[in-house]
Design a protein around this ligand. Structure first.
Ligand code: SAM
Length: 398
């Protein structure tokens, strides 16, 4: 069957089945599923559905209240329930298409069940969630694990958490940075034409390395480092290379950059990006940063950027399946403090250290920095920035 003949629901089903049965990430299985499709509307329909189901999984499961159900049938029901609550499609069409999908997948035994279940679904949200406590309501309505909601309420208070849940269930805003290595300015109208905020498969400018996607807060962290031509810079956790690209762009490839990452796969991704973006003057190292050592004659770095591994609460709108993973904030904080200590040792006196994480847990942000500054009195805090999903500090070594 040609991909144009397969329904977007079937393709969304394929993606969700891979995530569910093969434990593939949503992003990967989506990318594989849309390979070769050039119809943008279709790509958007698939993404909306697959990502929408994943983003609202707890709510949909709650609404469906399934007992033991065939896992494939469950996915069909999740897709249809998502459409019932979150799309403008007509109920009878949604139910029919769900039954057709079951037949297509040779699940004929379940057609009656699917039909009855969907027709009897209780639609008004209020009634569905009425008897739940405030925290339970948040957890179900916006599909965040109860443990995470309880943690966030405890740290930030109820209203902040409502804002958090709504914000991170929305499409992320797209920000790009011009790659000054390739071009001086960007025709923004051209980008606006081709980017709809969901997916941009045909962005020639990205392929040519003329610009790259980078959130404003991340861009600010790179600017805070004030990279200059002639600097000796260390990018401790570099892949996929967003911060590296910004530094290379600002300095016009005239800084010496050492970029390090522990993961083989991610180093490959980094190599691809370095090539595409025309980045030069980089010493790429596949190594655990905690074991990173200078060779005897090497000078210490005058600027270091430590964009540390973290719980990723600030990117849940991009990695919508990540919210269901258990997050051990304390374990991340321990690793981050170790990495800060390693950075402190590798930084020359008078040097600048920028620490950043795409999360908001107190353990991984202000607590880590307070702990570090207590131990390393030669460092002073020059700048601290807290964004809705991103945090960075600029530290100076005297
Ligand atoms: C937040 S991402 C970095 C993003 C990157 N700086 C950018 O701007 O595109 C964190 C990276 O740290 C890497 N990493 C995790 N543990 C590490 C370690 N012990 N040593 C070096 N890199 C590590 C991960 O592979 C991941 O690529």
């Amino acid at each position: 069957m040609k991909s144009s003949e397969i329904s977007y629901r079937r393709q969304s089903f394929n993606i969700l089945a891979k995530v569910s049965f093969q434990k593939d990430s949503l992003k990967n299985s989506f990318k594989k599923e849309i390979l070769g499709i050039d119809n943008k509307q279709r790509i958007i329909a698939i993404k909306k559905t697959a990502y929408g189901v994943m983003q609202n999984k707890l709510f949909l499961e709650y609404a469906l209240a399934l007992k033991k159900t065939n896992p494939k049938v469950k996915i069909i029901l999740l897709i249809a329930t998502y459409e019932l609550f979150f799309s403008r499609n007509k109920k009878h069409a949604i139910v029919n298409e769900a039954c057709n999908l079951a037949k297509e997948l040779k699940l004929n035994f379940a057609v009656g069940f699917i039909n009855a279940k969907l027709r009897n679904l209780e639609r008004p949200l209020k009634r569905l969630l009425n008897h739940l406590s405030f925290a339970e309501k948040l957890s179900i309505r916006y599909s965040y694990p109860q443990k995470l909601v309880d943690y966030l309420i405890d740290k930030f208070g109820q209203m902040a958490v409502v804002r958090f849940c709504i914000y991170f269930n929305k499409k992320p805003k797209l920000a790009v940075r011009v790659n000054k290595i390739k071009i001086e300015t960007l025709n923004f109208n051209k980008i606006a034409d081709t980017v709809d905020g969901y997916f941009a498969p045909d962005l020639l400018g990205i392929e040519k390395g003329e610009f790259f996607v980078q959130d404003i807060a991340s861009q600010m962290a790179c600017d805070a480092l004030k990279p200059r031509a002639g600097d000796n810079i260390l990018d401790c956790c570099s892949s996929p290379g967003g911060k590296l690209a910004a530094i290379a762009s600002i300095t016009g490839n005239k800084a010496r950059i050492t970029a390090c990452d522990v993961s083989e796969v991610k180093i490959k991704k980094l190599e691809e990006n370095i090539k595409r973006l025309g980045i030069k003057n980089v010493n790429l190292l596949k190594t655990d940063f905690l074991k990173f050592k200078l060779q005897t004659k090497e000078l210490k770095f005058n600027k270091i950027i430590l964009d540390a591994p973290c719980s990723g609460l600030g990117v849940l709108n991009k990695h919508v399946d990540a919210k269901y993973l258990d997050k051990d904030f304390k374990a991340f904080a321990k690793l981050q403090l170790e990495m800060l200590k390693r950075s402190a040792d590798l930084l020359a006196v008078g040097g600048v250290l920028v620490y950043s994480v795409c999360t908001i847990s107190q353990e991984e942000t202000s607590d880590v920095i307070t702990g570090f500054l207590k131990e390393f009195s030669e460092f002073t805090l020059e700048q601290e920035q807290k964004f809705i999903g991103f945090y960075f500090v600029k530290l100076l070594k005297s």
